[in-house]
Design a protein around this ligand. Structure first.
Ligand code: PLP
Length: 223
């Protein structure tokens, strides 16, 4: 069952107002891993145009089934180097660049017939072994590299911090990502995207400055 989009959008708007933020500054993408093409189609018809996928092969099947729709496709999963070509060819955004080699390959493999690929640097906040991401210290050198790549447009920072039941701890993680985002902007990078917040923790992400939430289970139920 799809949570009615109006209700979700209202909740986001209310949280934005509580946080003293402009509701229009907060968008979200539907995180659609494991969801069938028909589910994406229904969501598109209901007004949601931006989708995030984690696995290239799975995404390609859905893209083929939905190629009549003007969907904006975001790649949000870990990027393996043997998948960069397909990702460069079939996505509008990549949120999860965590090292130079991946950035270089996506740049070299982006078809010249397409606009530059929008990218975010995934920063690793917290110490979970299972999570990808550049260390906070590695972000500035990586941003410098990406800014020099003609076929990539650096849009911002992505974070997927550990989930915490402690609200203050949760906010502290998001705050760290926000500080890195602001640090890059202060260095002159023209960034507009802070991609953070899932179904479990998006209210905290909104309070800490997220501009792009990535929501799955709140729309589709538990995977
Ligand atoms: C699955 C996923 C999400 C969405 O998580 P939910 O808890 O289902 O909202 C967000 N970001 C990434 C990178 C994901 O893989």
């Amino acid at each position: 069952m799809l949570t009615p989009l109006n209700k979700l959008n209202d909740t986001i708007k209310q949280l934005a107002q509580q946080a003293g933020r402009n509701p229009h500054a907060i968008q979200w993408i539907a995180a659609t891993k494991t969801q069938a093409p028909d589910t994406l189609r229904a969501l598109f018809m209901a007004g949601q145009k931006q989708f995030g996928e984690n696995y290239l092969q799975e995404a390609l099947l859905k893209q083929a089934a939905l190629n009549d729709l003007a969907i904006v496709w975001h790649f949000i999963g870990p990027v393996q180097s043997n998948k960069t070509q397909g990702i460069a060819q079939h996505f509008d955004w990549v949120h999860s660049i965590d090292r130079e080699k991946i950035a270089q390959r996506l740049n070299a493999q982006r078809p010249l017939t397409l606009p530059p690929l929008n990218v975010c640097i995934q920063v690793k906040i917290g110490n979970e072994a299972s999570k990808q991401g550049a260390s906070p210290e590695a972000v500035i050198p990586l941003a410098k590299t990406i800014a020099n790549l003609e076929h990539l447009t650096l849009r911002g920072i992505m974070a997927l911090p550990p989930l915490s039941k402690n609200n203050l701890e949760q906010r502290r993680y998001f705050k760290q990502a926000h500080e890195i985002f602001e640090e890059l902007k202060a260095l002159g990078y023209p960034l507009d995207t802070l991609s953070m917040g899932t179904s479990e923790d998006y209210p905290s992400a909104i309070f800490e400055g997220a501009t792009l939430l990535r929501l799955g289970s709140i729309l589709f139920g538990k995977r």
